[in-house]
Unconditional design. Structure first.
Lengths: 660, 163
């Protein structure tokens, strides 16, 4: 099996290189046979990577410890689901998994376009296979996943305990899908530039791909936050770690693209900018992979330092050079046919939205790489942590929340006073009123008041949009309101799905703000039978039990939770002692309600079963996760074929002003 | 994570750092734990941490003894080097860290303003495309009121087009 895996990777390398060469030669010389041969090469490469991944999963499941990777990241006592997730638990496996996701998506692209987009496809194949070649090259020469040990140990070293959590079974795949999916629109953008097909064909073709990439990247980030909340045990979910930032940056530029592409579709503008955003987003996904594997920046998420850094940097520079050169080559043909009419218009608000999103991405990138710059320039190592990112990004993010309320309802081209009054007077007053109510209700924090006020403003604009749309549809069809609402959404899924996404983001804003500003924290060392207080809760340390199995020893504390003299729950925070590697870990316990989370960590253990508990009350934090679910639902509304009718497409206008 | 950005940023705005009024929590947030967790002293997740716990105790004692937050941070920077501070200072090369993002956004804003001020800018297209099929998407044009028969006729025509 090991030989099969290694051979499959070699075959994938040869076939992907051939696919690139044949596709490019075929399209340049007009040789359809070479183009077809290139695609067959791509299919071969893709099948080979799938075989190699299958071999690795089999080795992990059957604990074949003759393979160094399997011995290093799994054990016989590791539950099956974590043996499978060990595939992305280490450097070699994660690169193999990356290549696996890439070839799966590439095969879907090739299959979807087997009879269409034929002018673009040779370039698409060449681009996707170039990326595949790079990753397979790493796997063959630098981090071979099937490298063997001189002798097979009887037991493996096991997976890092922090990764033995169900969120880690789904967070990395979601994140990788998000990262890798951006390669598809990037490949089509490069194909458009290389082939000269610069109309909106590549945009229409990749519309669902972009939404899917954005969806998975959003979910990847969110699931990672949930993992941090449950596993890292500091009561929070986002720490501005370089690797968190690496996943956040392409999400920001991708979000900017999702908005600005609407301007190109409707007004035939921002063609260059959209190309720039797609290129930027793809390069940031590669940059993120570089960050976790280069050892350049220290992070709790990083894999061990390796020699891959210069190779990733080289590939990043190559991608940047090729894409920017192509863009410059076609620059003249990407000039906009129309220009902005007014500062007070939807186009302008989308542009400002782009400015803010890219501004936050730049600030995050700058803060992430600044320690490296400081070391190069001054020879002094510094840290750029949460206080920096909070201070720099705050004004931008506040502006963005405001624009979320403005962008969807302000008029195209030039908003009249009547339009502004009709769309913003009510929501504006509601937002101001909500701010006042928040102040009167005793919210002392400026941040909380501002977010409540803005959130209500955005919610009112969204509600008004749904209300007016449903009313109009009800009048037209004469149907009841629920069916009119359903009809409205299914007739224009992108628009109303987008509104639902905005609703999700607003809920997330509220959840994060309140849980950050009004978080309560207590640390108490208590004897068994004693109580301590946090917020409205009284926690009684009632029991400590132990449990052991082949995999770990566990100390489980029982805390009786009371409020107002009434016992309402029982929490069981744990301390685990893993056997391989010998490492302690905490397992937090929390009671989650829509109002707040009571979150408890079991800390030090003293004599006579004395225990230290760190407890938090995180107000409204559940709304962060609920907002994430709403965001996911909104994205699904945008993507899924809910209506049997053909969705009404707004035609792109040509240079002569006629509908194309 | 945009929500996280905003909220945490707003936190920073709501509780600005100044020399005189730094609380225990603020000082802890401005120091990086040296245990390798990558978190601040405030957020270190190791309850038996050999770095965060003594630092937290020291901050508590120092503040009680009248030392200001800024003095405590300066003392730690002298002892451990700048890397213990969780954000760069506002002097010398470090100033670039703070100013570059603002400069970049300003530049972007100026570019947009320049595009908007271009002489002779106007759309060559005719009327704007509607937003969708609902009445709320008027694109700035005042909605016209038609009879029910008109609405039904428009709907029939749209249905035909959709087929």
């Amino acid at each position: 099996m090991i030989t099969l895996g290694t051979l499959a990777l070699w075959l994938a390398l040869v076939a992907s290189v051939y696919a690139v060469a044949a596709s490019v030669y075929g399209v340049l010389r007009g040789r359809a046979d070479f183009v077809a041969s290139g695609e067959r090469g791509a299919w071969t490469a893709m099948a080979s990577v799938v075989v190699a991944t299958g071999v690795m999963v089999h080795a992990l499941v059957t604990s074949d410890f003759s393979i160094r990777y399997v011995a290093g990241y799994s054990s016989t006592t590791l539950p099956l689901r974590y043996r499978i997730s060990a595939l992305w638990g280490g450097m070699e496996g994660s690169l193999l998994f990356w290549a696996f996701v890439l070839v799966l998506l590439s095969s879907l692209v090739l299959w979807q376009n087997r009879n269409r987009n034929r002018a673009l496809m040779p370039w698409v194949t060449a681009t996707l296979m170039t990326i595949t070649t790079f990753f397979v090259l790493m796997l063959v020469f630098l981090t071979p996943p099937f490298a063997t040990l001189p002798f097979a140990p009887t037991e493996g070293t096991d997976l890092n305990p922090l990764l033995q959590n169900y969120w880690m079974s789904i967070h990395p795949p979601a994140l990788y899908l998000g990262y890798v999916s951006w390669a598809v629109p990037f490949a089509f953008a490069m194909a458009a530039l290389a082939s000269g097909r610069l109309d909106d064909l590549w945009i229409r073709t990749t519309r669902r791909w972009v939404l899917a990439a954005w969806f998975f990247l959003s979910m990847g980030n969110l699931l990672g936050a949930r993992w941090a909340y449950e596993v890292l045990g500091w009561g929070g979910y986002w720490a501005w770690d370089p690797v968190e930032n690496a996943a956040f940056m392409p999400w920001l530029t991708g979000t900017a693209y999702l908005h600005s592409v609407m301007i190109q579709e409707r007004k035939d503008m921002l063609k260059v900018w959209n190309m720039v955003l797609i290129i930027m987003t793809f390069l940031l996904t590669i940059f993120g992979t570089f960050l976790t594997r280069s050892g350049v920046i220290s992070s709790v998420h990083s894999f061990t330092e390796s020699g891959l850094g210069p190779w990733f940097m080289g590939f990043l520079i190559l991608c940047m050079a090729v894409s920017v050169s192509l863009l410059l080559y076609r620059l003249d043909r990407l000039r906009p046919r129309h220009e902005l009419d007014s500062l007070i218009s939807r186009e302008s608000s989308f542009l400002f939205n782009n400015l803010v999103l890219v501004g936050i991405a730049f600030a995050t990138l700058w803060g992430t790489i600044f320690p490296v710059l400081s070391e190069w320039v001054r020879g002094v190592k510094i840290t750029v942590g949460p206080p920096f990112f909070n201070a720099v990004n705050a004004p931008l993010a506040i502006t963005l929340l405001f624009l979320m309320g403005v962008g969807p309802v302000i008029a195209w081209r030039r908003a009249s006073l009547a339009n502004l009054k009709r769309n913003f007077l009510g929501p504006g007053l509601a937002g101001l009123g909500a701010g006042l109510v928040a102040l009167l209700a005793g919210l002392h924090s400026l941040s909380a008041v501002l977010v409540v006020s803005m959130a209500v403003f955005v919610l009112f604009t969204m509600t008004a949009e749904f209300y007016h749309g449903t009313a109009a549809r009800s009048r037209i069809s004469g149907g009841a309101w629920p069916s009119a609402l359903l009809d409205l959404v299914t007739r224009n899924q992108r628009r109303y799905g987008g509104y639902i996404v905005h609703l999700g983001v607003v809920l997330m804003f509220l959840g994060v703000t309140m849980s950050s500003v009004y978080r309560v924290e207590e640390i108490h060392t208590v004897d068994r039978g004693q109580e301590f207080q946090i917020g409205d809760y009284t926690l009684k340390y009632s029991n400590m039990e132990t449990s052991s199995d082949d995999h770990m020893d566990r100390l489980i504390a029982t805390l009786q939770v009371s409020r107002g003299g009434e016992v309402i729950d029982e929490l069981k925070p744990e301390k685990r002692f893993y056997r391989k590697p010998e490492q302690p870990a905490t397992e937090v316990a929390f009671r989650s309600t829509l109002k707040e989370d009571l979150y408890v960590i079991l800390g030090n253990l003293g004599d006579n079963e004395t225990a230290t508990f760190q407890a938090y009350v995180n107000p409204l934090v559940a709304w962060l996760w609920i907002g994430g679910i709403v965001l996911a639902l909104g994205t699904l509304v945008c993507v899924l074929p809910l209506s049997t009718r053909r969705e009404q497409e707004v035609p792109v206008r040509t240079a002569r002003g006629r509908s194309a | 994570m945009l929500a996280a950005t905003t909220a945490s940023g707003l936190l920073a705005i709501a509780t600005p750092v100044s020399a005189g009024d730094m609380s225990q929590k603020k000082v802890e947030e401005h120091l990086t734990c040296q245990c390798g967790c990558g978190l601040t002293v405030r957020n270190c997740n190791h309850l038996q941490c050999s770095s965060a716990l003594p630092i937290r105790d020291d901050i508590k004692r120092s503040l009680a003894a009248g030392e200001s937050g800024e003095e405590i941070l300066a003392r730690y920077a002298d002892t451990y080097g700048e890397k213990i501070l969780s954000a760069p200072g506002f002097t010398g090369f470090n100033l670039l860290a703070w100013t570059m993002p603002a400069f970049a956004v300003l530049l972007g804003g100026l570019l947009i303003a320049r595009v908007l001020k271009k002489p002779g800018r106007h759309s060559q297209s005719g009327a704007d495309p509607p937003d969708g099929d609902d009445a709320s998407a008027d694109g700035g044009h005042a909605p016209t009121r038609g009879s029910d028969e008109d609405r039904r006729r428009v709907t029939r025509e749209l249905e035909k087009l959709s087929r």
